[in-house]
Design a protein around this ligand. Sequence first.
Ligand SMILES: O=C([O-])CC(=O)C(=O)O
Ligand SMILES: [Mg+2]
Length: 388
Amino acid sequence: MKITKVHEGTVPISSSIRNAWIDFSSMDCSIVAIESDVVRDGKPVVGYGFNSNGRYSAGEILRRRILPRLLDAEPGSLLDEQGALDPARAWDVMMRNEKPGGHGERSVAVGVVDMALYDLAAKIAGKPLYRYLSERHGDGRPDDSVFVYAAGGYYAPGKTLTDLQDEMRGFLDLGYDVVKMKIGGADLAEDLRRIEAVVEVLGGDGSRLAVDVNGRFDLATALEYGRAIEPYGLFWYEEIGDPLDYHLNATVAEHYTGPIATGENLFSLQDARNLIRYGGLRPDRDTIQVDPALSYGLVEYLRIQDMLRRHGWSSRRCVPHGGHQFSLHIAAALKLGGNESYPGEFQPTGGFADDAVVEKSRVGLTDIPGIGFEGKAAFHRVLRDLHS
Ligand SMILES: O=C([O-])CC(=O)C(=O)O
Ligand SMILES: [Mg+2]
């Protein structure tokens, strides 16, 4: 098989929400469509990818470096021994002449294409991605549903405690048992009022509430908040300080006995390994949130899984950031601990299939070949417009 064309574009996923670091007023993301010479039902098979949320589109890097390398490659260099498209070989081609380190937005650009290559490879194989992956990288018996929690609870202009409670009640009504909210974008007293308000909606059960700092705190504030929230027994305390400040994370982990989650802004095997080596995380309770779409794709995520195994970590301790369909398949195939979900944000790219039903905080997979963007009508229209 051969790649015949690649289309690349940008879609806005902006909104008025704010976390402790950024607002999303100009958030966008890259999308790609990779056309192949394989024909099904009279049409070429096309793979789609996009770059999750939170890091902006990476069009310049895609257009100047990553896509030309893919298109200029000798077609056989992208295939495995059986002549099937091999995303790992394509990864080596895309990363040719790239120095190590400083992963930045390059990992985002590679991640978009990696997603599209996996979508394409699974479509050509005629299988939903989770089955395709489970056969190649799992035990052939994928999970048939995945734990998901509802992320939201952002700061927004004019948003009251009642609005926050209504938002969380809406998540529970949709079938989620666990919800997440932002903290660190107000002072401690106000954040505690917000936490109390949500815990009330959860019937007083703080173990169903995760809080996310988006890397805002210095060590003193991290410890102060840690002392204040520990009595609630929260689901987890997320991305407490700068993503690369492993020492801060390790120090908080010495004092805060509840679960900690982090890693959504670590974009490489090397950064994830440093988190495991130096971040003080505890394999019996903490969660790694590396998002395959932002961090060089699934090819790199498989390396990260291998690293975690060597360090004694279970794949069940991974719950990727991003709330997208790609990670949902990965979670089922590699038997991760779950996946994020944004029932209300980041449209049209975020979320699962239109007919996906969440029950007891678990969601099933689609049996559409590939990732299943075709089962998400509004986003599929955007992707189709890119190449037709
Ligand atoms: O607010 C964001 O950038 C998203 C985020 O941290 C998350 O989903 O955990
Ligand atoms: Mg987060």
